[in-house]
Design a protein around this ligand. Structure first.
Ligand code: B1M
Length: 215
């Protein structure tokens, strides 16, 4: 198989052996971030489709996720870093009840590599933990990720909690994750949140939003 297809197969099949060698080959011909975005994420997309249509069982999805994480970790040192630092702080979390963290961790990498301080709280974070961390670290922005449809409701509740605590004016919020739509965030949630709330389709839009919100 050609290199790109081979890498995608590794993600879909959850096959880790030989991964590094293939990634080294890919690094010789394209930047690390392109490998993630154009090659590996396609593999994860296939995994999602297979799982969604019942052709792949959960333990295999988990294996695919592990290979994806291994690949991102291997590529991270090869990613471009800007010399900027201290541009601002974001508290980043996957919301309560949701374990999906590959996207969130990509956001962490992209923002960290571009001069932002990222306080990554991890997965299944209750709103209290997110808000406490935002205050403790004097965050400029709160970022929430979630991939389950259920998480889109939790995000709404979290924004209401920010309103109730009188924190909305101080904390712009960026939301991302596959179950969200731009309209849900920029219309529905925009209406209920007393501060700024924005939708990031991918990690790069997250970066652009950070630059816009803080810069
Ligand atoms: Co789950 N899962 N999963 N899963 N899983 C989905 C999300 C699903 C769509 C699959 C499907 O049915 N086709 C489906 C959700 C259905 C729904 O809610 N309507 C689903 C389900 C049902 C489940 C379980 C409930 C299955 C079960 O137990 N029966 C369970 C949930 C557990 C829980 O959370 N409580 C579950 C479990 C898992 C695994 C543990 C096996 C594994 C996760 C491993 C891990 O993350 N450590 C997993 C995986 C891998 C997936 C799919 C296949 C791939 C997700 C992924 O990593 N994509 C997923 C299918 C899909 O998404 N279509 C699926 C790659 C990643 C880079 O993309 O996270 O979207 P993503 O991030 C993107 C953007 O969204 C954005 O930037 C990234 C790209 O640059 N972004 C942000 C994300 N967060 C952002 C935050 C920002 C900015 C941008 O700023 C704050």
């Amino acid at each position: 198989l050609p290199l790109e297809e081979r890498l995608q197969r590794r993600i879909v099949d959850g096959e880790r052996k030989g991964l590094e060698a293939d990634l080294d080959q890919a690094l010789a011909v394209m930047p690390a971030l392109d490998i993630v975005n154009t090659v590996l994420l396609e593999g994860m997309k296939t995994v999602g489709e297979l799982f969604g249509s019942g052709q792949m069982q959960l333990p295999f999805v988990l294996q695919s996720a592990e290979v994806m994480k291994g690949a991102v970790a291997y590529l991270e040192p090869h990613m471009e870093k800007s010399d900027d630092e201290g541009k601002g702080t974001i508290v980043l979390a996957t919301v309560k009840g949701d374990v999906h963290d590959i996207g969130k961790n990509l956001v962490d990498i992209i923002l960290s590599n571009n001069g932002y301080t990222v306080v990554n709280l991890g997965i299944k974070q209750p709103v209290s933990a997110i808000l406490d961390a935002a205050q403790e670290h004097r965050a400029d922005v709160i970022g929430m990720s979630g991939l389950l449809v259920k998480s889109t409701v939790i995000m709404k509740e979290n924004l209401q909690e920010l309103n109730q605590r009188g924190m909305a004016a101080d904390f712009p919020v960026i939301l991302g994750g596959a179950a969200l739509t731009r309209a849900y965030v920029e219309q529905d949630l925009h209406e209920i949140y007393a501060g700024e709330v924005r939708y990031a389709r991918d990690a790069f839009e997250g970066l652009r939003l950070m630059d816009a919100l803080i810069g």
